[in-house]
Design a protein. Structure first.
Length: 154
């Protein structure tokens, strides 16, 4: 059995290829990377979340998140202020431009994938979506590493 017949390989491979393609599209058209887009999305959903939690949810280190946040602030896409109740904690939230870029990126990535997804017939797509939702529910169940039971709320 070759790698393309191996379910585990295919899931990892598709994830890696989509990440590379999406990063390239976002860099070329909006001047942000996929990591920056994901951070903007998370902060739009929950501006009170700490960098450590963002890193855990995105599978990145806190240092990586901190670097990306600095770049996003430099580009005018994020505001950051010190939490008055805890001076060591910073609260970051997207600026108006940051929200616009996040929305534009979401639409851009959706359009980019649509042409490929449209090559799958409707029944296959519905079955794939159902299967992915079930797989997500199983893999991201509470208590598992990287699960969706974290404070980001998705």
């Amino acid at each position: 059995m070759g790698p393309t017949n191996n379910f585990y390989y295919l899931i990892q491979h598709l994830s890696a290829v989509l990440s590379k393609q999406n990063d390239q599209i976002l860099q070329e058209q909006l001047g942000i990377g996929l990591s920056q887009y994901k951070i903007l999305m998370v902060l739009e959903w929950n501006p009170l979340v700490q960098q450590k939690a963002i890193g855990e949810s995105l599978g990145q280190t806190e240092a990586s998140i901190s670097r990306q946040i600095k770049l996003l602030k430099k580009k005018g896409l994020l505001n950051s202020k010190v939490d008055q109740s805890n001076k060591r904690k910073h609260i970051s939230s997207p600026t108006t431009l940051g929200k616009q870029i996040t929305e534009a990126a979401t639409q851009l990535l959706r359009r980019s994938l649509t042409s490929d997804v449209n090559k799958i017939n409707e029944d296959q797509l519905m079955n794939l979506n159902t299967s992915l939702l079930q797989l997500h529910k199983t893999i991201c169940r509470p208590g598992k590493v990287g699960a969706c039971d974290h404070q980001l709320g998705f």
